[in-house]
Design a protein around this ligand. Sequence first.
Ligand SMILES: [Zn+2]
Length: 327
Amino acid sequence: MTAASPPEVLRAPLVVEFPFTRSLGPVQSAFLTGLRERVVLGVKTSDGRVMVPPVEYDPVTAEELRELVEVAPTGTVTTFAWNGHPRPNQPLGTPFAWVLVRLDGADTALLHALDAPGPDAVRTGMRVRVRWAAERTGAITDIACFEPYAPHGPGEPAAATPAPHDGVFPEPVAGIVAPARLDYTYSPGRAQTAYLGALAEHRTVGERCPSCHKVYVPPRGACPTCGVATTDRVEVGPRGTVTTFCIVNIKARNTMNDAVEVPYVYAHIALDGADLALHGRIGGIPYDQVRMGLRVEPVWTEGGRYPGHYRPTGEPDADYEAYKELL
Ligand SMILES: [Zn+2]
C-alpha cells in the first residue's frame, strides 16, 4: 500500500424489515380461512373459469367475483425454477423448487414451493399435492409446501370437479400481517465512505462541485445539476439553520433505540457552509417553538455514528434571505 492508495470503501449488511398489515376482503378472507381448515377455495369468473388463488374482481371484465368453489389439494406443475440457496424465511430451509401448480379443478396456477430432492426430480407436468403445515393460522404458509404425488393403484383419479362452497367458516380471518424483509450488502461508495468516516470523528464533510461550486452534504459523489464528479472535500457545520420542519405524531425510536416522545420535530437543517439541507430531529426546545431560521447544533450520543439530535444554539434566528435557496 502506498500513501496514494484510496481509503477502503465501506461495505456492511443492511436489512430493511417491516410488518405489512392488511385487511382481507370477503374473498381473500374465505381463501385464507379455508387454508386453515385444509380447504382450498377458488373463485368462478363470469366465463366459468376457476381462479386459484381467488381474486375479488374479474381480470377481464372487472366484474365483482363472489362465487366460491372448492378445488382439490392435488394438481399439476405448469412451470418451475430451482432454488439452490434458500434465503431466510423462505418456505423451506433446504433447496427446493418454486412451482406454479394448477390444482385439480382450477384453471389458473398457484405459486408455491415444491419439496424435491434436486432439480432433476422436478418437471413440468408432474403431479403434486399440498403438504399442510402442522399449525395453521389462516395464511398462505398454511400450505407448508407441495410434494410429489404418485397415487397408489391403477391410474389417477379423474380431475376433480370444483364443488360450490359458501366460504363460511367459524372465526374467519379478517387480516394478515406479512413480514417484509430485504437483505442488502450496502456499499455507500467513495464519497459517503469519507462522510461516514468523518462522522465517526464528529465532523461533517461534504463535497464541492468543481463546476457550480455547490457543497453537497451528505455527498453522493457527483453533482446532479452539472453531472460531474465532486472530489473537493469541505468540512461544514457543526452549526446550522432549520430551513423547514414538520411535527411528527407517530411513535419512533432514536439512534440508540429509545422511544422518542411524541410529538417531536423533524427538520431540514442547512449546516453552515453546505448548499443542501440534511435532516435530523430537533430537541431541547418545545415542539411548538421550533421555527424556520432557528439556529441549531448537533448533540452527539455516546458511541453514536451521527448526531442523536440537534438543539438550539441560542443565537438569533438566521435571516430568511440566508437560507431561502436551500428550502
Ligand atoms: Zn455542479
